[in-house]
Design a protein around this ligand. Structure first.
Ligand code: TXA
Ligand code: MG
Length: 345
Protein backbone atom coordinates (compact mmCIF):
# COMPACT_ATOMS: atom_id res chain seq x y z
CA UNK A 1 0.00 0.00 0.00
CA UNK A 2 1.19 3.49 -0.87
CA UNK A 3 0.62 6.34 1.57
CA UNK A 4 0.40 9.90 0.25
CA UNK A 5 1.10 12.60 2.84
CA UNK A 6 0.46 16.23 2.05
CA UNK A 7 3.34 18.46 3.13
CA UNK A 8 3.56 22.20 2.96
CA UNK A 9 5.79 24.72 4.62
CA UNK A 10 4.44 24.61 8.16
CA UNK A 11 5.97 22.72 11.04
CA UNK A 12 3.13 20.25 11.57
CA UNK A 13 4.72 18.21 8.83
CA UNK A 14 7.68 17.24 10.95
CA UNK A 15 6.21 13.75 11.34
CA UNK A 16 5.91 13.25 7.59
CA UNK A 17 9.58 14.13 7.11
CA UNK A 18 10.67 11.82 9.94
CA UNK A 19 8.68 9.02 8.37
CA UNK A 20 10.30 9.66 4.97
CA UNK A 21 13.78 9.75 6.52
CA UNK A 22 13.15 6.49 8.40
CA UNK A 23 11.91 4.76 5.25
CA UNK A 24 14.96 5.94 3.30
CA UNK A 25 17.33 4.89 6.10
CA UNK A 26 15.67 1.47 6.06
CA UNK A 27 16.68 1.02 2.43
CA UNK A 28 13.26 1.75 0.91
CA UNK A 29 12.18 4.34 -1.67
CA UNK A 30 10.19 7.58 -1.24
CA UNK A 31 8.64 9.84 -3.88
CA UNK A 32 9.07 13.59 -3.31
CA UNK A 33 8.52 16.83 -5.23
CA UNK A 34 11.27 18.92 -6.76
CA UNK A 35 10.98 22.17 -8.72
CA UNK A 36 11.11 20.18 -11.98
CA UNK A 37 9.14 16.93 -11.57
CA UNK A 38 8.52 14.41 -8.76
CA UNK A 39 11.49 12.16 -8.04
CA UNK A 40 11.62 8.59 -6.72
CA UNK A 41 14.46 8.60 -4.21
CA UNK A 42 16.68 6.10 -2.43
CA UNK A 43 19.88 6.59 -0.43
CA UNK A 44 22.53 6.85 -3.16
CA UNK A 45 25.15 4.87 -1.25
CA UNK A 46 22.86 1.85 -0.70
CA UNK A 47 22.87 -0.38 -3.78
CA UNK A 48 20.01 -2.62 -2.60
CA UNK A 49 17.86 0.46 -2.06
CA UNK A 50 18.75 1.99 -5.42
CA UNK A 51 17.85 -1.25 -7.17
CA UNK A 52 14.30 -0.86 -5.79
CA UNK A 53 13.96 2.35 -7.82
CA UNK A 54 14.72 0.46 -11.03
CA UNK A 55 12.26 -2.28 -10.06
CA UNK A 56 9.39 0.10 -9.20
CA UNK A 57 9.87 2.12 -12.39
CA UNK A 58 10.58 -0.79 -14.70
CA UNK A 59 13.67 1.14 -15.72
CA UNK A 60 16.49 -0.41 -17.80
CA UNK A 61 19.50 -0.88 -15.53
CA UNK A 62 21.91 0.77 -17.98
CA UNK A 63 20.32 4.16 -17.40
CA UNK A 64 22.14 6.09 -14.63
CA UNK A 65 20.39 8.16 -11.94
CA UNK A 66 20.87 11.74 -10.81
CA UNK A 67 22.20 12.26 -7.28
CA UNK A 68 20.41 14.97 -5.29
CA UNK A 69 22.16 16.88 -2.52
CA UNK A 70 20.96 19.38 0.08
CA UNK A 71 24.07 21.58 0.27
CA UNK A 72 26.80 22.58 -2.19
CA UNK A 73 29.46 21.60 0.37
CA UNK A 74 28.74 17.90 -0.23
CA UNK A 75 29.89 17.90 -3.85
CA UNK A 76 33.56 17.02 -3.10
CA UNK A 77 32.47 13.85 -1.24
CA UNK A 78 31.25 12.34 -4.51
CA UNK A 79 33.18 14.13 -7.24
CA UNK A 80 36.82 13.45 -8.11
CA UNK A 81 37.60 16.87 -9.53
CA UNK A 82 35.27 19.83 -9.89
CA UNK A 83 35.98 21.83 -13.05
CA UNK A 84 36.12 25.63 -12.63
CA UNK A 85 33.13 26.08 -14.92
CA UNK A 86 31.13 23.61 -12.83
CA UNK A 87 31.84 25.71 -9.73
CA UNK A 88 30.60 28.80 -11.53
CA UNK A 89 27.42 26.96 -12.55
CA UNK A 90 26.79 25.81 -8.97
CA UNK A 91 27.24 29.38 -7.68
CA UNK A 92 24.74 30.80 -10.15
CA UNK A 93 22.19 28.04 -10.78
CA UNK A 94 22.06 25.97 -7.59
CA UNK A 95 19.69 25.25 -6.05
CA UNK A 96 17.98 24.83 -9.41
CA UNK A 97 17.14 22.70 -12.44
CA UNK A 98 20.71 22.00 -13.56
CA UNK A 99 22.39 18.58 -13.32
CA UNK A 100 26.17 18.61 -13.69
CA UNK A 101 27.84 15.44 -14.99
CA UNK A 102 31.35 15.12 -13.57
CA UNK A 103 33.90 12.42 -12.81
CA UNK A 104 32.73 10.37 -9.81
CA UNK A 105 34.96 9.34 -6.91
CA UNK A 106 35.26 5.59 -7.17
CA UNK A 107 33.42 3.31 -4.74
CA UNK A 108 31.46 5.95 -2.83
CA UNK A 109 28.13 5.84 -4.61
CA UNK A 110 26.17 2.64 -5.21
CA UNK A 111 27.18 1.02 -8.54
CA UNK A 112 23.56 1.04 -9.77
CA UNK A 113 23.47 4.86 -9.53
CA UNK A 114 26.10 5.34 -12.21
CA UNK A 115 25.13 2.24 -14.21
CA UNK A 116 28.80 1.41 -14.67
CA UNK A 117 29.86 4.87 -15.94
CA UNK A 118 32.83 6.68 -14.37
CA UNK A 119 30.79 9.88 -14.22
CA UNK A 120 27.81 10.95 -12.13
CA UNK A 121 25.11 13.58 -12.59
CA UNK A 122 24.53 15.67 -9.47
CA UNK A 123 22.12 18.46 -8.62
CA UNK A 124 20.72 20.52 -5.75
CA UNK A 125 16.96 20.87 -6.24
CA UNK A 126 15.22 24.20 -5.62
CA UNK A 127 12.22 22.97 -3.66
CA UNK A 128 11.36 23.41 0.04
CA UNK A 129 10.23 19.82 0.48
CA UNK A 130 13.16 18.24 -1.37
CA UNK A 131 15.70 20.39 0.47
CA UNK A 132 14.16 19.76 3.87
CA UNK A 133 14.13 16.03 3.23
CA UNK A 134 17.76 16.00 2.04
CA UNK A 135 18.98 18.13 4.94
CA UNK A 136 17.18 16.03 7.51
CA UNK A 137 18.44 12.79 5.97
CA UNK A 138 22.00 14.12 5.58
CA UNK A 139 22.69 11.59 2.81
CA UNK A 140 22.74 11.86 -0.98
CA UNK A 141 19.55 10.72 -2.69
CA UNK A 142 19.53 9.05 -6.11
CA UNK A 143 16.29 9.92 -7.86
CA UNK A 144 14.94 9.57 -11.36
CA UNK A 145 11.52 10.95 -12.22
CA UNK A 146 8.81 9.08 -10.27
CA UNK A 147 6.92 7.64 -13.26
CA UNK A 148 6.79 4.18 -14.78
CA UNK A 149 9.53 4.06 -17.42
CA UNK A 150 8.31 5.46 -20.75
CA UNK A 151 5.44 7.50 -19.26
CA UNK A 152 5.42 11.29 -18.99
CA UNK A 153 7.21 12.48 -15.84
CA UNK A 154 4.94 13.30 -12.87
CA UNK A 155 4.24 16.94 -12.10
CA UNK A 156 1.63 16.13 -9.42
CA UNK A 157 1.57 13.59 -6.58
CA UNK A 158 -1.53 12.04 -8.16
CA UNK A 159 0.53 11.29 -11.29
CA UNK A 160 2.94 9.33 -9.09
CA UNK A 161 -0.01 7.48 -7.59
CA UNK A 162 -1.36 6.61 -11.04
CA UNK A 163 1.95 4.99 -11.97
CA UNK A 164 3.36 3.58 -8.73
CA UNK A 165 0.45 2.91 -6.36
CA UNK A 166 1.19 -0.25 -4.40
CA UNK A 167 4.80 -0.33 -5.62
CA UNK A 168 6.28 2.26 -3.22
CA UNK A 169 5.60 2.96 0.47
CA UNK A 170 5.38 6.77 0.58
CA UNK A 171 4.69 9.85 -1.53
CA UNK A 172 5.38 13.30 -0.07
CA UNK A 173 2.72 15.44 -1.74
CA UNK A 174 4.01 18.98 -2.17
CA UNK A 175 1.47 20.03 -4.80
CA UNK A 176 2.17 20.75 -8.44
CA UNK A 177 5.83 21.16 -9.40
CA UNK A 178 6.82 24.54 -10.81
CA UNK A 179 8.88 23.99 -13.94
CA UNK A 180 7.27 20.76 -15.09
CA UNK A 181 10.19 19.57 -17.25
CA UNK A 182 13.22 17.64 -16.01
CA UNK A 183 16.49 19.43 -15.24
CA UNK A 184 19.02 20.44 -17.83
CA UNK A 185 21.78 17.79 -17.91
CA UNK A 186 25.17 19.34 -18.67
CA UNK A 187 28.27 17.25 -19.36
CA UNK A 188 31.16 19.02 -17.62
CA UNK A 189 33.72 16.32 -18.50
CA UNK A 190 34.25 17.90 -21.93
CA UNK A 191 35.18 21.40 -23.00
CA UNK A 192 33.10 23.20 -24.12
CA UNK A 193 30.43 21.53 -21.97
CA UNK A 194 27.62 19.70 -23.81
CA UNK A 195 23.90 19.80 -23.01
CA UNK A 196 22.82 16.15 -22.86
CA UNK A 197 19.21 17.04 -22.06
CA UNK A 198 17.72 20.55 -22.42
CA UNK A 199 15.70 21.87 -19.46
CA UNK A 200 14.80 24.93 -17.40
CA UNK A 201 18.37 26.28 -17.33
CA UNK A 202 18.75 27.17 -21.00
CA UNK A 203 21.80 27.26 -23.27
CA UNK A 204 21.46 31.06 -23.35
CA UNK A 205 21.54 31.25 -19.53
CA UNK A 206 24.55 28.92 -19.30
CA UNK A 207 26.53 30.82 -21.91
CA UNK A 208 26.14 34.06 -19.93
CA UNK A 209 28.07 32.37 -17.13
CA UNK A 210 30.56 29.90 -18.66
CA UNK A 211 30.83 30.92 -22.31
CA UNK A 212 30.37 28.49 -25.15
CA UNK A 213 28.09 25.51 -24.56
CA UNK A 214 27.15 22.89 -27.15
CA UNK A 215 23.50 21.96 -27.59
CA UNK A 216 23.13 19.15 -30.14
CA UNK A 217 19.90 19.23 -32.14
CA UNK A 218 17.40 16.40 -31.59
CA UNK A 219 18.42 15.11 -35.00
CA UNK A 220 22.13 15.03 -34.05
CA UNK A 221 21.35 13.29 -30.76
CA UNK A 222 19.33 10.62 -32.53
CA UNK A 223 22.16 9.89 -34.93
CA UNK A 224 24.83 9.45 -32.28
CA UNK A 225 25.88 5.81 -32.21
CA UNK A 226 26.40 5.81 -28.45
CA UNK A 227 24.07 8.30 -26.79
CA UNK A 228 25.94 10.27 -24.11
CA UNK A 229 22.92 10.42 -21.79
CA UNK A 230 21.82 6.78 -21.87
CA UNK A 231 18.24 7.73 -20.96
CA UNK A 232 17.77 9.75 -24.13
CA UNK A 233 17.76 6.66 -26.36
CA UNK A 234 14.53 5.21 -24.94
CA UNK A 235 10.96 6.04 -25.92
CA UNK A 236 9.73 8.60 -23.48
CA UNK A 237 6.92 10.80 -22.35
CA UNK A 238 4.47 8.78 -24.44
CA UNK A 239 0.72 8.50 -23.87
CA UNK A 240 -1.16 5.46 -25.24
CA UNK A 241 -2.45 7.00 -28.47
CA UNK A 242 0.15 8.00 -31.07
CA UNK A 243 1.33 11.63 -30.89
CA UNK A 244 1.86 13.70 -34.04
CA UNK A 245 3.45 17.14 -34.13
CA UNK A 246 1.79 19.88 -36.11
CA UNK A 247 2.73 23.46 -36.85
CA UNK A 248 0.99 26.13 -34.82
CA UNK A 249 -1.26 27.43 -37.58
CA UNK A 250 -4.98 27.42 -36.99
CA UNK A 251 -6.10 26.76 -40.55
CA UNK A 252 -3.70 23.86 -40.95
CA UNK A 253 -4.81 22.33 -37.66
CA UNK A 254 -8.51 22.64 -38.55
CA UNK A 255 -7.92 21.05 -41.93
CA UNK A 256 -5.93 18.18 -40.42
CA UNK A 257 -8.55 17.49 -37.76
CA UNK A 258 -11.38 17.49 -40.30
CA UNK A 259 -9.49 15.00 -42.45
CA UNK A 260 -8.69 12.73 -39.51
CA UNK A 261 -12.31 12.77 -38.34
CA UNK A 262 -13.42 11.77 -41.82
CA UNK A 263 -11.07 8.81 -41.50
CA UNK A 264 -12.88 7.83 -38.29
CA UNK A 265 -10.22 9.05 -35.85
CA UNK A 266 -11.01 10.65 -32.50
CA UNK A 267 -8.63 13.55 -32.15
CA UNK A 268 -7.11 15.07 -29.01
CA UNK A 269 -5.46 18.44 -29.55
CA UNK A 270 -2.66 19.73 -27.32
CA UNK A 271 -2.25 23.39 -28.12
CA UNK A 272 -2.04 26.85 -26.53
CA UNK A 273 -5.28 27.91 -24.82
CA UNK A 274 -5.89 30.39 -27.66
CA UNK A 275 -6.91 27.42 -29.85
CA UNK A 276 -9.94 26.42 -27.78
CA UNK A 277 -12.36 27.10 -30.65
CA UNK A 278 -10.79 24.45 -32.90
CA UNK A 279 -13.22 21.52 -33.23
CA UNK A 280 -11.18 18.62 -31.86
CA UNK A 281 -12.85 15.77 -29.93
CA UNK A 282 -10.71 16.65 -26.92
CA UNK A 283 -8.79 19.83 -26.24
CA UNK A 284 -5.99 20.09 -23.71
CA UNK A 285 -4.63 23.61 -23.47
CA UNK A 286 -1.03 23.80 -22.34
CA UNK A 287 -0.44 27.47 -21.65
CA UNK A 288 -0.96 30.68 -23.56
CA UNK A 289 0.58 31.16 -26.98
CA UNK A 290 4.17 32.35 -26.65
CA UNK A 291 4.40 31.63 -22.90
CA UNK A 292 6.89 28.78 -22.92
CA UNK A 293 7.28 28.57 -19.13
CA UNK A 294 3.55 27.94 -18.89
CA UNK A 295 3.67 25.41 -21.72
CA UNK A 296 6.52 23.52 -20.07
CA UNK A 297 4.71 23.46 -16.73
CA UNK A 298 1.54 21.98 -18.29
CA UNK A 299 2.92 19.66 -20.96
CA UNK A 300 3.13 16.38 -19.03
CA UNK A 301 -0.24 16.86 -17.33
CA UNK A 302 -1.80 17.42 -20.77
CA UNK A 303 -0.10 14.31 -22.21
CA UNK A 304 -1.33 12.27 -19.26
CA UNK A 305 -4.86 13.67 -19.63
CA UNK A 306 -4.97 12.22 -23.17
CA UNK A 307 -4.75 8.75 -21.65
CA UNK A 308 -8.04 9.33 -19.85
CA UNK A 309 -9.90 9.87 -23.15
CA UNK A 310 -10.74 7.48 -25.96
CA UNK A 311 -8.80 9.59 -28.46
CA UNK A 312 -7.13 7.49 -31.17
CA UNK A 313 -4.66 10.17 -32.19
CA UNK A 314 -3.04 13.15 -30.44
CA UNK A 315 -1.96 16.30 -32.26
CA UNK A 316 0.50 18.54 -30.42
CA UNK A 317 1.48 21.98 -31.68
CA UNK A 318 5.14 22.89 -31.89
CA UNK A 319 6.91 25.93 -30.50
CA UNK A 320 10.15 27.77 -31.26
CA UNK A 321 13.25 25.95 -30.04
CA UNK A 322 14.69 29.01 -28.28
CA UNK A 323 15.06 29.23 -24.50
CA UNK A 324 12.81 26.76 -22.67
CA UNK A 325 11.36 25.92 -26.09
CA UNK A 326 14.39 23.67 -26.67
CA UNK A 327 13.28 21.48 -23.75
CA UNK A 328 9.62 21.51 -24.80
CA UNK A 329 10.46 20.51 -28.37
CA UNK A 330 12.89 17.84 -27.15
CA UNK A 331 10.15 16.20 -25.07
CA UNK A 332 7.48 16.63 -27.73
CA UNK A 333 9.65 15.08 -30.43
CA UNK A 334 10.33 12.14 -28.16
CA UNK A 335 6.64 11.74 -27.31
CA UNK A 336 5.86 11.82 -31.04
CA UNK A 337 8.76 9.56 -31.98
CA UNK A 338 9.50 12.08 -34.75
CA UNK A 339 6.03 11.85 -36.40
CA UNK A 340 4.60 14.97 -38.04
CA UNK A 341 1.30 15.85 -39.68
CA UNK A 342 1.70 17.75 -42.90
CA UNK A 343 -1.13 18.80 -45.16
CA UNK A 344 -0.95 20.62 -48.47
CA UNK A 345 -2.04 24.15 -47.77
O1 TXA B 1 14.69 17.16 -12.97
C1 TXA B 1 15.26 16.06 -12.91
O2 TXA B 1 16.39 15.88 -13.34
C2 TXA B 1 14.46 14.90 -12.26
C3 TXA B 1 14.26 15.25 -10.79
C4 TXA B 1 13.62 14.12 -10.02
O3 TXA B 1 15.48 15.63 -10.23
N1 TXA B 1 15.18 13.67 -12.42
C5 TXA B 1 15.28 13.04 -13.62
O4 TXA B 1 15.97 11.85 -13.60
O5 TXA B 1 14.78 13.47 -14.64
P1 TXA B 1 15.90 10.78 -14.77
O6 TXA B 1 16.59 9.60 -14.24
O7 TXA B 1 14.50 10.62 -15.20
O8 TXA B 1 16.77 11.38 -15.90
C6 TXA B 1 18.18 11.44 -15.76
C7 TXA B 1 18.82 11.69 -17.09
C8 TXA B 1 18.79 10.46 -17.96
O9 TXA B 1 18.59 10.84 -19.32
C9 TXA B 1 20.17 9.85 -17.74
O10 TXA B 1 20.58 9.05 -18.81
C10 TXA B 1 21.03 11.10 -17.59
O11 TXA B 1 20.20 12.02 -16.89
N2 TXA B 1 22.24 10.84 -16.79
C11 TXA B 1 22.32 10.52 -15.47
N3 TXA B 1 23.58 10.31 -15.10
C12 TXA B 1 24.35 10.49 -16.19
C13 TXA B 1 25.76 10.41 -16.46
N4 TXA B 1 26.63 10.07 -15.53
N5 TXA B 1 26.17 10.66 -17.72
C14 TXA B 1 25.28 10.99 -18.68
N6 TXA B 1 23.95 11.09 -18.49
C15 TXA B 1 23.48 10.84 -17.27
MG1 MG C 1 12.75 10.21 -16.34
Amino acid sequence: ETIRVIVDNDMQNEKAYSQAVDILNNGEVVAFPTETVYGLGAVATNDQAVKKIFAAKGRPSDNPLIVHIGTKEEVPYYIEEIPEKAKECMDVFWPGPLTLVMKAKPEILAPSVTAGLSTVGIRMPDHEVALRLLRKLKKPVAAPSANRSGKPSPTKATHVEEDLEGLIPLILDGGTTGIGLESTVLDMTVNPPVILRPGGVTKEMLEQVIGKVIQPTNEQQKNESTPKAPGMKYTHYAPEAPVYLIEKEKELIEKAIQKLKEEGQRVALLAPSDYSDVQADYFFPFGHKGNQEEMGANLYDALRACDKTNATIILATTTSANGVGAAIMNRLEKAAGGKWISIDK
